[in-house]
Design a protein around this ligand. Structure first.
Ligand code: Z3D
Length: 672
């Protein structure tokens, strides 16, 4: 009986043609909707599960290229086993990269493998050889000039060899295999249906040490605003502590209406300078500089002076306006007016910002609102600012950030944006996916061994490591944690060493080095007499400061590449619930650091820790030395079980650099 002809729908044809399946491509965020992040000089290892029906061999290439030049390259992927394929590419341009995967049936490779089996089993292969000749001749038609002749010669040799052994030798030759791979048609070729993106940033996107200060608090005369010139005088001290980013809260004129007084008071006196986040008055808004800090030229001098010391300036970018901001008059359409004509002040529940208006992102005139913020950012970029700490981004639409950050990075791929979103995880993660280079974290509220272990693991071992660069601030002007309030100087040391070694991005807000720990009131995380509402004058060399401690930790961060990568944390066992031990090593094992911290700021603790030697690249019974960069002490350790004793009156933590005997290092490398 004749088979009735089927009606071939396009979908049916597609199903017929799609013989090969490409699945579970990594790295990839939300089905490719968002990019992964890397820094210049990184490699991106791409993996995919690639398979088809039957037993035919497959081949696959990784195809990729940087957006700036538009070049497009391809690399063969290798089968790791169990249908998982892999290839890695280097990202060495400061631009986005795109990549995808092509896979096809390797008809010639499959034929070669079968021929080999049959030949080895001493079977007759005449007809197989004829098939091969046909394939080679077919490829020759498509080949480049040099390959063309090579293929014709191979086909001729396979056909005319007097002995079958000789014909088989030609057929299985590696040079022929490679030539066929270059020229044979890609049977069942399929390309992964997405172009995936990698955002490539400059190294400071991943490794940086921040110091936040209020310029007006850098002077020496109580009640008189410090200036950018005073900040310049402070730079050597900050650089010596080992900080490389100096972050300034808003430097713009401060509003007068509903200006806040000391300690967040709703009443202010004529001498109160107001809160810097209440941006804008009759002297200007987001383009202007608060005159008491200096001129634009003074600000540029600060940028230059910082640069001379290997530091850069980060500015605050806060989308909000004091009632006195020029936008309120010039662009009433950007604010939401209540029926009585007033504008409601901003909030971030439970916090109330009575001195600012939020900008209305539901504005009918959003098409002028969005570009205005782009213009503001580009203005500061033009003055030399390459890093922005973005205030409360979670109170503005994600789509707006997606657009804005891409716009800026398109022109200035070296610009870094830090998201100050303290809210629910979904929003914090999505802002990072949508383009923020770095993100604040819950670190300040993770204090116990279990909390720290779990949080560091989540950030560095889940897919968050692909897009979320968590910033570990030990304090901020908004967060003085109870642990610091109660634990004194040891607590400050403990929290700094944790921030600086658990994360490649860390920072403090000035005053931390003096262990300032007096809260506004019991149960509050706000500081008493905060910089946010007044001009302060401090003795930066006050007795008992921990500047040398911070200097040593930051020096260790610079000197140990293991502390400049994030996905390499290994936790080691310690019985004592107050002793947290972890390590970081470079992938090649050439640098490894072990950190052991006593989380109890009050009492000494001791323990036998059990090292995961594999994670450290150490042999089972190997003897090695550890040098504590905090004290200079050197100990010889052996195998996994080693003793530590940490007394907070002395130092609450060991920061141990592993030193292996020369011989052991060489032997292990050879073994690898
Ligand atoms: C935070 C900002 C400060 C003060 C408030 C004040 C407000 C406006 C806040 C708003 C966002 C961000 C900043 N989390 O310090 O709040 O604390 O009392 O009303 O002047 O500025 O910008 O870190």
């Amino acid at each position: 009986m004749p088979v009735p002809p089927a009606t071939v729908s396009p979908y049916m044809k597609q199903l017929h043609d799609e013989r090969i399946i490409i699945a579970d491509v990594t790295p990839q965020i939300d089905q490719g909707r968002y990019p992964v992040k890397r820094i210049v000089g990184d490699t991106v290892e791409v993996q995919a599960t690639i398979f088809r029906d039957g037993h035919d061999q497959l081949a696959a290439t990784l195809q990729y290229g940087p957006e700036d030049t538009g070049d497009w390259h391809e690399l063969p992927m290798k089968l790791l086993g169990n249908d998982r394929w892999s290839a890695s590419f280097l990202v060495d341009h400061l631009t986005n990269y795109k990549f995808t995967i092509e896979a096809w049936t390797d008809v010639f490779g499959t034929w070669q493998a079968e021929l080999r089996k049959k030949f080895d089993a001493k079977q007759e292969v005449t007809s197989e050889l004829l098939e091969g000749v046909e394939q080679v001749l077919h490829a020759a038609k498509r080949a480049t000039e040099s390959d063309h002749q090579f293929l014709l010669d191979a086909a001729q040799a396979m056909r005319t060899a007097s002995l079958q052994d000789e014909a088989v030798a030609v057929a299985l030759d590696d040079a022929l295999k490679e030539c066929m791979a270059r020229n044979a048609e890609h049977a069942h070729s399929i390309t992964f249906d997405r172009l995936l993106t990698v955002v490539v940033d400059r190294p400071q996107a991943r490794f940086a040490t921040w110091y936040e200060l209020f310029p007006r608090s850098q002077g020496k005369v109580p009640g008189k605003s410090g200036t950018f010139a005073d900040c310049i005088n402070r730079l050597p001290d900050i650089a010596h502590m080992g900080f490389d980013v100096l972050y300034l809260p808003p430097i713009h004129p401060i509003g007068r209406t509903h200006r806040k007084g000391k300690n967040n008071s709703l009443l202010c006196t004529p001498s109160d300078p107001g809160c810097p986040w209440a941006i804008g008055n009759e002297q200007g808004g987001h383009y202007a500089i608060e005159p008491s800090l200096g001129t634009l030229q003074d600000f540029k001098n600060l940028i230059a002076a910082a640069r001379d010391l290997g530091m850069e300036i980060a500015l605050d970018f806060a989308i909000q306006c004091s009632p006195d901001h020029p936008y309120v008059k010039d662009h009433p359409e950007w604010f939401s007016h209540r029926p009585d004509g007033t504008i409601k002040y901003a909030e971030n529940p439970p916090k109330k910002y009575q001195d600012i208006y939020p900008v209305n992102f539901d504005s009918q005139d959003w098409q002028s609102l969005w570009p205005e913020w782009r213009r503001v950012l580009l203005y500061w970029v033009a003055q030399g600012v390459k890093t922005f700490r973005v205030d409360n981004p979670h109170t503005k639409p994600v789509g707006f950030w997606d657009w804005l950050l891409a716009e800026i990075k398109q022109e200035h791929p070296d610009v870094i944006f830090l998201a100050e979103a303290f809210t629910r995880p979904a929003m914090m993660k999505t802002l990072a996916k949508a383009g923020f280079t770095q993100s604040y974290t819950y670190f300040t509220w993770r204090n116990t061994k279990a909390e720290l272990t779990e949080y560091a693991t989540e950030l560095t071992q889940t897919d968050m490591k692909e897009y979320y660069r968590g910033h570990f601030f030990a304090n901020t002007p908004d967060i003085l944690h109870e642990y610091l309030q109660k634990g004194g100087r040891s607590a400050f040391k403990i929290r700094y060493i944790l921030a600086a070694t658990l994360s490649t991005l860390c920072g403090i807000y000035s005053g931390y080095e003096l262990s300032e720990n007096v809260p506004l009131k019991q149960g509050s995380e706000e500081y008493l007499d905060s910089d946010k509402y007044e001009i302060k004058v401090r003795d930066w060399n006050a007795p008992g400061n921990i500047k040398e401690f911070i200097h040593k930790v930051n020096k260790a961060r610079r000197e140990n590449p293991a502390l400049q990568i994030n996905d390499n944390i290994a936790f080691h066992e310690a019985n004592d619930p107050q002793i947290l031990c972890y390590s970081k090593a470079t992938p090649d094992g050439s640098n490894a650091v072990i950190v052991a911290v006593n989380l109890d700021p009050f009492r000494p603790h001791e323990d036998l820790i059990v090292l995961d030697l594999d994670a450290l690249g150490l042999e089972a019974n190997e003897e090695f030395q550890v040098q504590d960069v905090m004290t200079g002490s050197v100990w010889t350790w052996k195998g996994s079980r080693n003793y530590v004793r940490l007394d907070p009156r002395d130092e609450p933590a060991h920061l141990l650099v592993v030193k292996r005997a020369e011989k052991a290092v060489v032997e292990t490398k050879e073994a690898a």
